[in-house]
Design a protein around this ligand. Sequence first.
Ligand code: PTT
Ligand code: SF4
Length: 606
Amino acid sequence: MRGWTGRLIRVNLSLGKYWIQDIDPLILMNYIGGRGLAIKLLWDELPRGVDPLSPLNKLIIATGPLTGYPGPNTGKLVIAAKSPLTGGYGDGNIGSWASVHLRKAGFDAMIIEGASSKPVYIYMDNDKVDLMPADDLWGLDTFTTEDKLRRIHGSNVGMLIIGPAGENMVRFATVIAQRGRSGGRPGMGAVMGSKRLKAIVIRGTKPLPQPADPALSRIGVDADLAAKAKQNYGFWLKQGTTATVEWAQEASVLPAFNYREGQFDYYDRIGGVMVEKNNVTTRSCPNCVMPCGHVVKDAEDQLSELDYENIAMLGSNIGVGNLQEVAYLNRLADMMGMDTISLGSALGWAMEATERGLIKDGLEWGDYKRAAEVTLDIAHQGSELGRLLGLGVKGASSRIGGGSGGFAMHVKGLEVSAYDCHAAPGMALAFATSPIGAHHKDAWVISWEVQTNRFAYSRDKVLKVIELQNIRGGWFEVMVGCRLPWVEIGLELDWYWRMYKAATGMDLDLEGVANRVYTLIRAFWIREYGGWSRDYDTPPIRWFKDPLTKGPLKGAKLDYNAYQQMLNWYYEARGWDERGIPRRSTLRRLGLGFIEGELSKVIELT
Ligand code: PTT
Ligand code: SF4
């Protein structure tokens, strides 16, 4: 096959052994790579009901057939496993040189299984893997760990690292690369920690696989040039995703005070204009034509890399209206190795619980110093509050009760990304049906929604959500490139279809692949949950019950019955029944007939 290496490397940490294996070409054709390959491997290889933090869980690192080739933003990888935060399928898409090095080492993917009895890190040099002792790295933050590993292995390597949060199995611990890339929101860092795996260091020096058409490089370079020629390119370089703060304020979707409101009085002190003024440098993933990591000095005069979600969740959502303070909390999260979205949500939830007298010795809105203390407590699991919040808002609210579930902002256990949906039913549906829980990456429909009829609960809106899910979750997550050239500066999708064809020699069946991957992920959740309920596909109750109390959309809230009608349309369009279970006919049409037997052991199929 062309475009793929056709091989994966399997490392078993319990046995201290590794194997090189061919990947069935049919699997690559049907699932392509990234998330597609990851869910196929997890479905096939995980025993049903496995504890996500046990040695039986497997961590999949998967690239795609364009990874590393010239072309817009081809330096990312998917990291996936059964999630300890949600109990279902979890993944993240992270920019790291590890992606390019893995391909240059001759592999499309790595599977990590078992668990080491002592802290280790993987050092992979092309076909050879060594498990290196990591006792002196254990307990270190991600920045210090990266510096130490670079001193040992030089700069021509790619790395994926966990911090204390991952080691201590904080449920929303992520994997960090390049001091500010963070991936795997549903606890992929905790899975690494449970395996006592501190880091993965990869050095690949072989040529990338031969593409089907040598014109691939030229097409990729032309696509880069086309991206740079886009009208919005110059503005993007100045503010990147952080310009979204001002847009979200204007649209009343900027989460404030634990999603009680959609606007924040001090938004201009933490927004894109402020970031631009304070920007000291920018950082990027490999092969990026449009760097988005905006670095500013934080409250301790250290460098911190910001994106929109970090600012909204550690700023407006917890009442902090100062960019340097937000940046400080963000840097702590990067160093500790935990997700800023979930952290901001957990802190916001704890602030509200404190206000309501449900938590003693908690924290007040806007108190960034106390928020920083609690952040470190979560990472180190060093106090009762730190241990509570380290469970995520779903786990924490079910532990303390007292009605605190009513303001726990999550779907399926994953904290909601930074878009308030009191007045955005389409985005609420996108969050509720995202295949990993409430992440915006699969369908950021909100920008389209606020420009059209934002209050409508229409079939058109449902179909728009699915169209976006299929492109974002079913293409960018399986071919594993960054979607921002398309989303943010309008690079035409046709460039990607041409690059895919040149790399693999095949035409892309987007609908087929996306539906197959979405449906298999749905089946995985059902299998792991031992059943299903429509409640799992319903957004947080707050958006239905507590209307916005101020701003131009004062009084807005979601309508439960109208939402349920949208969910019916959604299921119907995906070929799932009214319970959200894929129909037998859908499984067969998508080439997923092989899961019928196992799925029907846990639920009756229609
Ligand atoms: C992504 C999520 C996001 S999405 C942000 S800001 W965003 C937060 N960033 C964090 C961070 O930083 N530090 C930290 N400790 N935790 C963080 N949690 C949050 O993580 C990220 C970019 C961004 S920045 C976005 S939109 C796009 N996301 C993509 C995606 O999901 N898929 C894809 N094919 N391309 C994408 N391109 C963009 O990538 P998760 P990254 Mg990330 C400081 O991984 O788990 O999906 O979480 O990977 O390399 O950092 O790129 O306004
Ligand atoms: Fe990475 Fe941002 Fe470039 Fe995408 S736009 S490849 S996330 S630096």
